[in-house]
Design a protein around this ligand. Structure first.
Ligand code: HEC
Ligand code: HEC
Ligand code: HEC
Ligand code: HEC
Ligand code: HEC
Ligand code: HEC
Ligand code: HEC
Ligand code: HEC
Ligand code: HEC
Ligand code: HEC
Ligand code: HEC
Length: 466
C-alpha cells in the first residue's frame, strides 16, 4: 500500500490550522505535540500493521464497515474533525466517488494507468488472484481477462491469452476496451501488433483487405502460418483454415493453398512450367479490366490472340518456381517485365540485326520487340528466287511501340509492318495470300497463327529463318 511518509506532519499541520508555507515540514514538526495513542481516540496498535488491533485488520474483519469512522473522519473520509484523511496514507482506499466511473479522474483504471498505485496494492484486499479476497469483489466480475494472470504471454493454451481467446471464439471486444478499438494500445498502452504484426485482423481493414496487407509487406506468409497452421489448414489453437472459401478453394470445391500460383494470378494452366494459360488472368489485387495495367493485353498474348502463337509468361517475365523466391514478390508493384525468351529479341538480317526489346513501366509501352516489327530482311541473304520481291536492299518492319493497355488499336493490321512492309514490291492486302500461302487469306486475315509472328519467313509454302 502506498504510504505517505510526510503525512503525519501534513495531518498535524492541518489539525493546527497552520498554513503550509515555505518552511519544510521537518522543521515545523518539532513544534507540534507528538501524535499517538495517548490522545486516546484510538486503541494502541490501531496504526501498527503488526498488531491484531490494527485498523486494517479490524476493518477487514468487519467487512470494511466504515460507517463508524465517518463521524470524525468525514463522510468522504477525507479528514473531518479528526484532521486525518484516510487518503493521506493510502490513496486507493476507501474507494472514492468516481472509482468505478471510467470518465472520472478518480477512476480506478486511470489510477493504475497513471502509476498512482500498483496492482499488488489491490491484491491485499481483492486477493492475490484478484478474484475477490477480503473485499469480496473480484476484478474478473467486470473484466474477465484483467488483471492478466501468470502465463498470459506463453504458448500454454491453459493460461495464455491465445488459449483464452480460442475459448472465447476470438471475441475481441473485451480486449479492445483497454487495448483500443484498433488494438494499437488504447489506454493499456500495449499494442497487440508489437508481437504479431497481422493479428487482430482489423489490421487488414484499410488497404485491400489481407491481399493488400500481404502485398504491401512482401508476403510475410510465415506470420500467418503461426496461427493458421503450416499448411494453412488451421492449427490446434486457431481452427480457422484459410482454405475454406474464396480464392483458396478451386472450381471443384477443393482446397487450394494460398501459395498456389493461380491463387494470386488467376487460373493459369501449369503456370510454373511456363505452359500456356487457359483462362483469363487477373491482377494481384483482383482487377480484371484490360484497361488496368495489371491485366492489359495478357489474355491476347496468352490465349485469345488471333494474330500469332500463344506467348508464355517467360517471354516477358522471370517466372518463379515458388512464391517466396528471390525476384518474385520482393518488390512493390509494378511487376518486373523482362524479355527472357527468344522471340522478342529474335535476331534478323541473317543474324546481323539484334533487337534490344524493353518495357517502360512509366508509359506502359514495349519498344524494339521483334514481335511488333523490329526486324529486317536483307535481299543479299534472301534465296535468289525471292529477290524479286525486294524494291530495296532491305525490307523492314515498323518497330512499333504498342501500349500494354491500348487494346486492339495497338495491334492493328498495319501497326507492326506496313502492308506490304517498307522495301517490299507493291501489293494489296487481298493478294498477299497469293505468295504468303497459308498465312493469310484473300480477305487479308491471318488464317494460320502458327505461321505469323513465329520468327520465320513464310512464303510460297516454305519457311526459312530471317
Ligand atoms: C497514518 C496512516 C494511515 C491512515 C491515516 C489510514 N490508514 Fe489504513 N492503513 C495504513 C497502513 C500502513 C496499512 C497497512 C497496509 C499494508 O498492510 O500494506 C493500512 C491498511 C488499511 C486497511 C487494510 C488494507 C490491506 O491492504 O490489508 C484498511 C481497510 C484501511 N487501512 C482502512 C483505512 C481507513 C478507512 C482509513 C481512514 C478512516 C485509514 N485506513 C487511514 C495506514 C493508514
Ligand atoms: C471519535 C472520532 C473518531 C472516530 C469515530 C474514528 N477516528 Fe480515526 N482518528 C481520529 C482522530 C482525532 C485522529 C487523529 C490522530 C489521533 O488523535 O489519534 C484519528 C486517526 C486515525 C488514524 C491514524 C492513526 C494514527 O495513529 O495517527 C487512523 C488509521 C484512523 N483514525 C482510522 C480510523 C478508522 C478506520 C475509523 C473507523 C473504524 C476511525 N478512525 C474512527 C478520530 C476518530
Ligand atoms: C483496503 C482494501 C482495498 C484495496 C487496497 C483495494 N480495494 Fe477495491 N474494493 C475494496 C472493497 C471492500 C470493495 C467493495 C466495495 C467498496 O467498499 O468500495 C472494493 C471494490 C472495488 C471495485 C468495485 C467498485 C464498485 O463500485 O463496484 C473496484 C473497481 C475496485 N475495488 C478496484 C480496486 C483497485 C483497482 C484497487 C487497487 C488499485 C483496489 N480496488 C484496492 C477494497 C479494496
Ligand atoms: C508481448 C507479446 C505479445 C503481445 C503484446 C500480444 N501477444 Fe498474442 N501471442 C504472443 C505469444 C508469445 C503467443 C503464443 C504463440 C505460440 O503459441 O507460439 C501469442 C498468441 C496469440 C494468439 C493465439 C495464437 C496461437 O496459435 O498461439 C492470439 C489469438 C493472440 N496472441 C492474440 C493477441 C491479441 C488480441 C493481443 C492484443 C490484445 C496480443 N495477442 C498481444 C505474444 C503477444
Ligand atoms: C481492463 C483492461 C484490459 C483488458 C480488458 C485487457 N487488457 Fe491486456 N493489458 C492491459 C494492460 C494495462 C496491460 C499492460 C501490462 C499489464 O498491466 O498487465 C496489458 C497487457 C497485455 C498483454 C501483454 C503485453 C506486453 O507487452 O507484455 C497481452 C498479451 C494482453 N494484454 C492481451 C490482452 C487480451 C488478449 C485481452 C482480451 C482477452 C486483453 N489483453 C484485455 C489491460 C487490459
Ligand atoms: C465493477 C466493475 C469493475 C471491477 C470490479 C473492476 N473493474 Fe477495472 N475497469 C472497469 C471498467 C468498466 C473499466 C474501463 C474499461 C473500458 O474502458 O471499457 C475498467 C478498467 C480498468 C483498468 C484500466 C485499463 C486500461 O488500460 O484502460 C484497469 C487497470 C483496471 N480496470 C483494473 C482493475 C483491477 C485491478 C480490478 C480489481 C482490483 C478491477 N479493475 C475491478 C470495471 C471494473
Ligand atoms: C495470432 C493468430 C493469427 C495470426 C498470426 C493470423 N491469423 Fe488470421 N485468423 C486468426 C483467427 C483467430 C481467425 C478467426 C477469427 C477472426 O476472424 O478474427 C482468423 C481469421 C482469418 C481470416 C478470415 C477473416 C474473416 O473475416 O473471415 C483471414 C482472411 C485471415 N485470418 C488471414 C490471415 C493472414 C493472411 C495472416 C497472415 C498475414 C493471418 N491471418 C495471421 C488468427 C490469426
Ligand atoms: C507479352 C508480354 C507478357 C506476357 C507473355 C506475360 N506478361 Fe505479365 N505483364 C506484362 C506487362 C507489360 C505487365 C504490366 C507491368 C506494369 O504494370 O507495368 C505485366 C504484369 C504482370 C503482373 C502484375 C499484375 C499486377 O497485378 O499488377 C503479373 C503478376 C504478371 N504479369 C504475371 C504474368 C504471368 C503469370 C504470365 C504468364 C501466365 C504473364 N504475366 C505473361 C507482360 C507480359
Ligand atoms: C501470394 C500471391 C502470389 C502467389 C501465390 C504467386 N504470385 Fe506471382 N506475383 C505475385 C505478385 C504480388 C507479383 C508482382 C510482384 C512485383 O511487384 O514485382 C507477382 C508477379 C509474378 C510474375 C511477374 C514477374 C514478377 O516477378 O514481377 C510472374 C511471372 C509470376 N508472379 C508467376 C508466379 C508463379 C509461377 C507462381 C507459382 C509458383 C506465383 N507467381 C505465385 C503474387 C503471387
Ligand atoms: C503484332 C505485330 C503484327 C501485326 C499486328 C501484324 N503482323 Fe504481320 N507480321 C509480323 C511479324 C513480326 C512478321 C514477320 C514474320 C513472322 O514472324 O511471322 C509478320 C509477317 C507478315 C507476313 C509475311 C508472312 C510471314 O509470316 O512471314 C504477312 C503476309 C503478314 N505479316 C500479314 C499481316 C496482316 C495481314 C496483318 C493484319 C491482319 C498483320 N500481318 C498484322 C507482325 C505483325
Ligand atoms: C508476289 C508475291 C508476293 C506478294 C503478293 C506479297 N509478298 Fe510479301 N514477300 C514475298 C517474297 C518473295 C518475300 C521475300 C521472302 C524472303 O526474303 O525469303 C516477301 C517478304 C515479305 C515480308 C518480310 C519477310 C517475312 O516473310 O516476314 C513481309 C512481312 C511480307 N512479305 C508481307 C506481305 C504482305 C503484307 C503482303 C500483302 C500486302 C505481301 N507480302 C504480298 C512475296 C510476296
Amino acid at each position: 500500500m502506498m504510504i505517505r511518509t510526510l503525512l503525519l506532519c501534513a495531518a498535524a499541520l492541518a489539525a493546527t490550522g497552520a498554513a503550509l508555507l515555505l518552511g519544510g515540514c521537518g522543521e515545523l514538526k518539532s513544534d507540534l505535540p507528538a501524535p499517538g495513542p495517548q490522545k486516546g481516540v484510538h486503541d494502541v496498535g490501531w496504526n501498527d500493521p503488526s498488531s491484531s488491533a490494527f485498523h486494517g485488520v479490524v476493518l477487514k474483519q468487519t467487512g470494511y464497515k466504515t460507517t463508524d469512522c465517518v463521524s470524525c473522519h468525514a463522510k468522504a473520509l477525507t479528514g473531518g474533525i479528526s484532521g486525518q484523511s484516510c487518503f493521506s496514507c493510502h490513496e486507493s482506499y476507501p474507494h472514492k466517488a468516481g472509482w468505478n466511473d471510467s470518465v472520472s479522474t478518480q477512476f480506478h483504471g486511470k489510477f493504475l494507468q497513471l502509476g498512482m498505485g500498483t496492482l499488488a496494492e489491490c491484491a491485499s484486499c481483492h486477493g492475490a488472484g484478484y478474484d475477490g479476497g477480503t473485499s469480496g469483489t473480484s476484478c474478473y466480475s467486470c473484466h474477465a481477462s484483467y488483471p492478466h494472470k501468470t502465463g498470459w504471454i506463453s504458448s500454454n493454451p491453459a493460461s495464455s491469452h491465445g488459449g483464452y481467446l480460442s475459448q472465447k471464439n476470438w471475441e475481441l471486444s473485451e480486449c479492445s476496451s483497454c487495448h483500443g478499438a484498433t488494438f494499437t494500445g488504447g489506454t493499456s498502452g500495449s499494442s497487440c501488433f508489437t508481437c504479431h504484426a497481422a493479428y487482430p485482423h482489423t489490421v487488414f481493414a484499410p488497404a485491400g483487405g489481407h491481399p493488400g496487407f500481404l502485398l504491401d509487406r512482401g508476403y510475410p506468409l510465415d506470420g500467418c502460418k503461426t496461427c493458421h497452421g503450416a499448411t494453412y489448414d488451421g492449427s490446434t489453437l486457431v481452427h480457422v483454415s484459410c482454405m475454406s472459401a474464396g480464392c483458396h478453394v478451386d472450381a471443384g470445391g477443393q482446397k487450394k493453398s494460398p501459395e498456389a500460383c493461380n491463387t494470386c494470378h488467376g487460373d493459369f494452366r501449369a503456370l510454373a512450367t511456363n505452359a500456356i494459360s487457359a483462362a483469363p488472368p487477373k491482377g494481384v489485387m483482383g482487377d480484371s479490366s484490360t484497361t488496368s495495367r495489371s491485366v492489359g493485353a495478357h489474355q491476347k498474348h496468352l490465349a485469345s490472340g488471333t494474330l500469332g502463337n500463344d506467348v508464355k509468361c517467360v517471354e516477358c517475365h522471370a517466372v518463379p518456381t515458388q512464391v517466396l523466391i528471390a525476384g518474385h514478390v520482393d518488390t512493390q508493384l509494378p511487376a518486373e517485365v523482362a524479355f527472357h525468351d527468344t522471340l522478342a529479341s529474335l535476331p534478323s538480317a541473317a543474324g546481323t540485326f539484334r533487337p534490344a526489346p524493353s518495357y517502360s513501366a512509366a508509359t506502359l509501352t514495349c519498344s524494339s520487340t521483334y514481335c511488333h516489327g523490329n526486324w529486317k530482311a536483307t535481299k543479299a541473304t534472301a534465296p535468289t528466287a525471292y529477290a524479286f520481291a525486294y524494291t530495296d536492299s532491305v525490307m523492314t518492319g515498323a518497330a512499333f511501340a504498342p501500349s500494354w493497355t491500348g487494346g486492339a488499336a495497338d495491334a492493328a493490321c498495319a501497326s507492326c509492318h506496313a502492308l506490304p512492309p517498307a522495301g517490299h514490291m507493291p501489293s494489296t492486302l487481298t493478294i498477299c495470300a497469293n505468295c504468303h500461302t497459308g498465312v493469310v487469306n484473300g480477305e487479308g486475315r491471318i488464317i494460320d497463327k502458327s505461321m505469323h509472328i513465329n520468327g520465320k519467313i513464310n512464303v510460297f509454302g516454305t519457311e526459312r529463318d530471317f
